[in-house]
Every structure is written in structure tokens, then in C-alpha cells.
Design a protein around this ligand. Sequence first.
Ligand SMILES: Nc1ncnc2c1ncn2[C@@H]1O[C@H](COP(=O)(O)OP(=O)(O)OP(=O)(O)O)[C@@H](O)[C@H]1O
Ligand SMILES: [Mg+2]
Length: 332
Amino acid sequence: MSEPIVTVRGLSVDFHTRDGVVKAVQDLDLDLHPSRTLALLGESGSGKSVTAQAIMGLLDSPPARITAGSVRFRGVDLLQASAAERREANGGGISMVFQDSLSALNPVYTVGGQIAELLRVRRGMSRRAAWDRAVELIDHVRIPAPARRAKDYPHQFSGGMRQRIMIALAIALEPSVLIADEPTTALDVTVQAQIMELLLDLQRENGMGLMLITHDLGVVAEVADDIAVMYAGRVVEKGGVHELFADPAHPYTRGLLRSVPRVDRADSTLWAIPGSPPNLLDLGEGCAFRERCDTAVGVCAVERPALARPVADAGSRLAACHRSEEVVHGRA
Ligand SMILES: Nc1ncnc2c1ncn2[C@@H]1O[C@H](COP(=O)(O)OP(=O)(O)OP(=O)(O)O)[C@@H](O)[C@H]1O
Ligand SMILES: [Mg+2]
């Protein structure tokens, strides 16, 4: 595998709230590789968006505080970077597509104007050249009649089309990494598939590394190369998509995969992981998943399991479970 373009090491993010300190992300390691797609999975509140925002430098402090870790991009730790280095990284380096395209786009400027403005400010292009390039980009994300549509305002586009505009904006500075935080959640399935297809085509064209945050395991199975599963702010399992789907080594991953409805099996009642997410204000000792885990034993309450290889021959996959060996072998 190629060298990673972005390496996240030991990232920890707290939020200081009236009720106390929320441990949103803890000791997180991730690698993003060119031309590969990493899917970040986990239930609501597990820290996926906070991770993305920390990488992008978008967390407001306060309330957020990055208490430890590094986010390296081309040898520079973005968490220690100067404003100029950060701008450089967020320009041609790392770019992000958000779920909510309506609030991410400026309602009072035409979409072409917004893309052109970015190119003028960040690439020093002339007004004319920036506009022409904006139209090209709108064409590139497959919006019909791009020269005309460039003059329309965000509200004049459907949700799916607006998401394409967001993608055009995100790729305008030719990033080497694109982070997409639930880019298709608000869209119907046909449009979802088209947007995913577009992202993958763009990735194939220019070798972008893609980090995809999604709840859609069908999409993950189809597009991801690697998966990191988060639970209560930590990565609890990560590895290649095939080994993880075929043979999850963490009971939470196993539950997540079981909760996907299947039409190809007679016994497919909709299954949900029992219990509720842990309180991030007070995680205590031991494994954060233990109270919802059907495999937990005594040690799980007192010792937090480290991410480790579950079985000697299990490829590159890592899981944080005292009982992952039994989970993998179906004995748990
Ligand atoms: N501004 C904030 N102030 C306080 N707590 C916050 C803030 N932003 C996020 N959090 C907390 O951090 C935790 C992680 O949130 P995050 O948005 O990363 O979840 P997520 O995995 O993206 O969930 P979802 O799937 O619902 O988008 C949550 O418990 C959330 O309440
Ligand atoms: Mg989120």
C-alpha cells in the first residue's frame, strides 16, 4: 500500500460544557491513503464528525479542546500549523463535503460566483478565468447546462444538484484528500447512488484519498477499501472492508452488521443493538461497550482493551476487545 497522505495519531478532543467534560474523541489513529476510501462508522454521537472537524481545523475552541495528538499532512502537523500552513492544507490539501448543502452554501451568491470567488482568492485567478473554471467544474459534476446554471442561486437547485455544487466547490482547489461527512444522507436512494458514483469517479481521476462518514453499510460494502468503527469516541475496530464484513472481531461491529436489514434471509427481523450509548461525561474504567455487550466478562469492567490484532493470522485488522479471538471464531 502507498504511504498515507494524512496520518492522525493519538487525537483526543474534549468539549467543555456546563455539565462537565465530554470526551468526544480519544486517542484516535487513522491513515488516509491516496486513491483509497476509508469509511468511518459508528452510531450517532460516537465522534465521527468531531474527528472530521478536527482534521479540517473547524472545531471552535471553546467549547472544543484538542488535548492530544497530531494530524500530519505532507509532513506538517496541522494541529501545530500556522494560519498560513493551515490555509494551504485546506486549499489544495484537504477538503470537505458536508451533509447540509443548503447551510454550507451562501444563499446570496450564485453558485458559479461562489466557486469563482474561491479560485480568485486562493488561486489568484482573474475574474474571467475563475468564472470559466467554475463553469467547467459545474459541468464536471454533471450538472446539465452548466454555463446557465452557474448563474443560479443555491435555492434554485434540488438537494442532489446542490450536493453536486458542494462537491464542485470542494474539488475546485484540487485537494488530495476529500472528507465527506454523510454526503448523501438527505437524498433519495437513486440520487445517493449518483453522488457516490461521482465521488468515486473523481477519486479515480485524480487519486484523491477519501474519508467517508456514513450510516449506510450498503454504500460502505460497495465503495470502502478500509473501515474504522468508532464507539464512544474511540476506534474499536479497523481493517480492510472484506475481513471486517466477513468476520467482525468486535461485538459492536458484529452488532452493527447484524442491524442491517436483509431481504435475502427469511429470519431477517430488524435487529438493534440493545441499550443506549454510554455517557461521554463519565466513561469510567473498562470497555465502554461492556454494558451492551453479550460477550462481556469480568475483565471488561476493569480494564479497557487496547486495539490489537485479534488473532495471529488475521491480516492487518485491529480490534479493541478482550474477547475478540472468541468473537472471530464464533465462540463468544
Ligand atoms: N459543540 C459541542 N459542544 C458539546 N458537545 C459536543 C459539541 N459537538 C459535538 N459534541 C459531542 O461530541 C460527541 C461526538 O459528536 P459527533 O458530532 O462527532 O458525533 P457523530 O458520530 O458525528 O454522530 P452523528 O452520526 O449523529 O453525526 C457527541 O457526544 C456530541 O454531543
Ligand atoms: Mg456527525
